[in-house]
Ligand binder design. Structure first.
Ligand SMILES: Nc1nc2c(ncn2[C@@H]2O[C@H](COP(=O)(O)OP(=O)(O)OP(=O)(O)O)[C@@H](O)[C@H]2O)c(=O)[nH]1
Length: 267
């Protein structure tokens, strides 16, 4: 890599907070609650990162959209992760809000944009226009509100319609409000729903902070690994195609050479 490019990557990494450095693949929350079997970064991804061959991946922004019913706790989740605060007073999101967080994943700088959308029906149109191109879709529901779990089908369908082959999550909020036995009952239904949605299930509490950081780290790990693998495959196909053109060119050169030799012999 050219010297100036390398030093700009280093500058970005040095501006990443120490608690945003990811060196290990974060595991799923529940072994039966995920369609993603990955437990580690792909060997090709690890090699590409160690050799600084990550192309445009380190320069791209990873977009996450957060959707779900009114007052399930979307804004509180973002505020807990980005600012480590919790507000017990409810203030409805108007339309859409967003936060940006910088990470270093296997020493590659990654910028995560989290779009926190309004759950209120009247803002749905505005919020939906921000789903486009999302690589991470998070459908939140309130673990204490069964109806909000039922509505996750529709939220997932709408958010994925214009997303970009996203990594999908079904995220239960307000875990602190449930006793262990009530939580176990809800978990059974949530795991069933996650399977139906082909999404990974997480249960969090923005009040206590339980599982909030692990959840976002997991989302980043899955998305980063996916995106970089796709990018490396594109590079491999492109270099194979260049190789084929070269082979074709040299064999046609050989043909022309032979033809001219034959002509020389005949004359
Ligand atoms: N006990 C508890 N309360 C929570 C938690 N998360 C959110 N709340 C409360 O739930 C209410 C709604 O939270 P918000 O984060 O504003 O909900 P929202 O989903 O962003 O709502 P909209 O913007 O209208 O879509 C607030 O009163 C929060 O204090 C949690 O983990 N535990």
């Amino acid at each position: 890599m050219p010297r100036n490019k390398m030093s700009s990557v280093r500058t970005v990494i040095s501006s990443v907070a120490s608690d945003r450095v990811i060196t290990k693949f974060t595991p799923a929350f529940h072994p039966d609650g995920t369609p993603y079997s990955k437990v580690n970064f792909h060997p090709k991804v690890k090699t590409a990162c160690s050799e600084n061959r990550t192309g445009r991946v380190g320069l791209k922004i990873t977009k996450a959209v957060l959707v779900g019913d009114v007052a399930v706790g979307k804004t509180c989740l973002v505020n807990r992760f980005c600012h480590d605060v919790f507000d017990r007073d409810y203030k409805a999101t108007i339309g859409v809000d967003f936060e940006v967080e910088k990470f270093s994943v296997l020493s590659i700088p990654i910028t995560l944009q989290i779009w926190d959308t309004a759950g209120q029906e009247r803002f749905k149109c505005i919020a939906a226009s921000y789903y486009r191109g999302a690589q991470i879709v998070i459908v939140a529901f309130d673990l204490t509100n069964e109806e909000s779990l039922h509505h996750t089908d529709q939220w997932m369908e709408e958010a994925c319609a214009s997303a970009d082959q996203p990594v999908k999550f079904l995220l239960g909020t307000k875990k602190d409000l449930l006793s262990p036995s009530s939580y176990s009952d809800v978990e059974v239904r949530a795991l069933k729903q996650a399977k139906k949605l082909q999404a990974e299930f997480w249960a969090t509490s923005s009040k206590s902070g339980e599982n909030v950081t692990d959840f976002f780290f997991r989302a980043i790990c899955l998305s980063f690994d996916d995106t970089l693998l796709k990018e490396l495959e594109v590079d491999t196909v492109a270099s194979k195609q260049i190789g084929t053109i070269k082979v074709q060119k040299s064999s046609s050169d050989l043909y022309e050479k032979r033809k001219s030799n034959q002509l020389k012999c005949c004359s």
